[in-house]
Write a protein of this length. Structure first.
Length: 252
């Protein structure tokens, strides 16, 4: 099953800004994919590009996974190339506005995609974020000056255009929980013990260990809302998307 959740960070609530993350899921008969995107905080309307990209990636990732023969390197490159084309087509035709200006305002975002096919599973993306496999959390570095690379840099010919990366690859049967998240999720473990829900502090690891998240796909979103809105412990927008085997399907 798939579970997704998002909450606007305390800083964006304070400033009256939108949640700049995107999240989506997609499936074919051969593959299932979850996507999170994170718009650049300096972009005036980066949530527009982030959400457009999330929907596009969710629609095409399962298709590309099969087309690429479940090869994660080819898959990551195909998604990045497709996003470049999408951005270029979307950002042109704004009258007197330059391509560089439109991209800077609307189309700077990072992305992570988790995909599970018939034989293989993978996590690929561009930029920073967080991913987890069966309780093992990895926080991806944003790079110097907290400035991650973006696919859109390739569109405007920037020298530091992003190279898509494969962060995880394994047999499709070798895990029970796969999570991709925006970088705000790195603060979930920093929430105070007073924020405990049902006697336990919410964390990404809890998503992997607590069977209730496997029975109720809306619980992830509800828990993020409680931690983010009631306790205001998450400074940045935080978005999580998970592929979870149901209890009767779990391998461990």
């Amino acid at each position: 099953m798939v579970a997704c959740g998002t909450v606007t960070g305390a800083e964006h609530v304070r400033l009256g800004r939108n949640n700049q993350d995107g999240v989506a899921a997609g499936a074919t008969q051969d593959a299932l994919a979850v996507v999170v995107t994170d718009g650049c905080s300096s972009g005036a309307f980066s949530e527009v590009g982030a959400r457009l990209a999330a929907e596009w990636l969710a629609a095409w990732a399962p298709v590309e996974w099969r087309t690429c023969g479940e090869d994660p390197v080819a898959f990551a490159r195909a998604l990045a190339a497709g996003l470049s084309t999408l951005i270029r087509r979307s950002a042109t035709g704004f009258g007197v506005r330059s391509l560089e200006g439109v991209v800077a305002d609307f189309f700077l975002f990072t992305f992570l995609v988790g995909v599970v096919g018939r034989e293989r599973a993978a996590i690929v993306g561009v930029g920073d974020g967080v991913f987890m496999v069966d309780g093992a959390v990895t926080v991806l570095d944003a790079g110097p000056d907290n400035a991650p690379p973006y696919v859109a840099y390739e569109v405007v010919g920037a020298a530091h255009a992003a190279e898509p990366r494969v962060f995880f690859s394994a047999d499709a049967r070798d895990f029970d929980c796969l999570v991709v998240a925006t970088d705000g999720a790195a603060d979930l473990d920093a929430t105070n013990d007073d924020d405990a829900l049902d006697g336990a502090r919410f964390s990404l690891e809890r998503v992997a260990r607590d069977a209730r998240f496997r029975r109720n796909k809306s619980l992830l979103h509800k828990r993020l809302q409680v931690v983010g809105r009631r306790f205001a412990r998450l400074n940045d927008d935080t978005t999580v998307a998970a592929i979870l085997r149901r209890p009767e399907e779990a391998t461990s």
